[in-house]
Design a binder for this molecule. Structure first.
Ligand SMILES: Cc1ncc(COP(=O)(O)O)c(C=O)c1O
Length: 381
């Protein structure tokens, strides 16, 4: 054996992959761990979604390989969702590619667009997969900061000072994880102009648009975006289906086709039952969103209480599935995370896994029922 590929040295095992092994071992050892770390919705999908999956399983024809682009009804349901929720009209034949979760889309897009040595703009803090995939593609991450007082606006003036000639892609993520910064139409409009000026492919990763966010927005609703932008979306958080692995890539036909060229060499379609369930989810009415948000809103109030007990500060206007909290001056986030886990059996996420700007922060997930959050509050004296 002549060694692993050098690219493997550019990444580490995903934080949660390793950390959850430890947390699960603690649980197996009898420790009553409350997991406020990961954003995996704990509630079930709608009944109609489960029924659609179940009834498909009974069909003998349901078990064969599926289309690489998903069945037409799934793409039509995705187009319907974009039209109803964001006012964006997409051609379901050409401008939508169903994915096995949006996370894999980050890799496929990078494989389709990046050559070794290209540069990629990545938010700091941000979802760690943007940088690890960039590294795996042997491209170079260039981090940009977000101004949280301005709804998470990137400092474009600072970016304009850089030599952007090698920048091929820019990842944006509104509403933003982990900070909960909502973004805005104005910010997206400025980003589209920036991408046009510098010939950069702009990708909005949009899995949190419907979680505690009064104004769901797609970058594809911005004039001119269909020339320079793509969008990733996901059923994981919006419809409580993270384990189903259903997401989508939307945008201009020739770019979606390039991504399909990569993806169709990597997997062989999505199980039909999952596609049928996804269609049922995408067709749910407004009540689905308001019901879920009421639950998350109540949980968030309790997480705020927990944060206050720990003397952490947070932005009550933030959106999304998490509460992003700043440490008091001079206190270490890592020490708090360890103390919470090993002394109080409460798992929370250290902000530094999202980048250097997350150093003095911790992240709480809203994916725990109220009684568990109350128990966590009671454990903090
Ligand atoms: C910002 C962001 N993008 C993408 C994903 C991946 O979502 P999925 O692959 O489940 O669609 C996540 C999951 O936590 C996320 O936080």
């Amino acid at each position: 054996m002549k060694g692993f590929a050098t690219r493997i040295n550019t990444v580490e095992e995903y934080y949660f992959s390793a950390k959850l092994r430890e947390v699960n071992q603690m649980i197996a050892d009898g420790k009553p761990v409350i997991n406020l770390g990961i954003g995996s919705p704990d509630r079930a999908p709608d009944r109609t979604v489960i029924d659609a999956l179940k009834s498909t399983v009974e069909h003998p024809q349901a078990h064969g390989y599926q289309s690489y682009q998903g069945i037409p009804e799934l793409r039509i349901a995705m187009a319907g969702f974009y039209s109803r929720e964001y006012g964006v009209i997409l051609n379901p034949g050409k401008e939508i590619l169903p994915l096995l979760g949006s996370k894999e889309g980050i890799m496929h897009i990078s494989m389709a667009f990046l050559n070794p040595g290209d540069q990629v703009l990545i938010p700091n803090p941000g979802y760690p997969t943007y940088s690890s995939v960039t590294n795996l593609a042997q491209a170079e991450p260039i981090y940009y900061d977000l101004d949280l007082l301005r709804k998470g606006k990137p400092n474009l003036e600072a970016l304009e000072q850089l030599d952007l000639s090698r920048v091929k892609l820019m990842w944006i993520n509104y509403p933003h994880m982990p900070t909960g910064a909502p973004g805005s139409r104005e910010i997206l409009t400025e980003l589209v102009a920036f991408a046009q000026k510098h010939q950069i492919v702009l990708i909005n990763d949009n899995p949190y648009s419907h979680i505690l966010n009064p104004e769901p927005l797609s970058i594809l609703a911005i004039p001119g975006a269909n020339e320079v932008a793509l969008e990733l979306n996901s059923l994981s958080k919006t419809f409580n289906m993270p384990g189903w692995r259903v997401g989508m890539l939307c945008g201009r036909a020739d770019w979606v086709e390039a991504v399909l060229k990569v993806k169709s060499n990597m997997d062989s379609g999505m199980f039909l039952g999952l596609q049928k369930g996804a269609i049922a989810a995408l067709n749910l009415g407004k009540n689905w969103f308001s019901d879920q948000n009421e639950i998350y809103d109540n949980r968030r109030k309790l997480i705020w209480k927990l944060a206050e007990k720990l003397e952490l500060s947070y932005d009550p206007k933030a959106t999304g599935l998490f509460v992003w909290c700043k440490m008091p001056e001079g206190k270490s986030a890592e020490e708090l995370v360890d103390w919470m886990l090993y002394e109080k059996n409460i798992f929370i996420t250290p902000g530094k896994i999202f980048g250097s700007q997350g150093e003095n922060y911790v992240r709480f997930s809203l994916c725990m029922p109220e009684f568990k959050i109350l128990e966590a509050i009671n454990r903090i004296k």
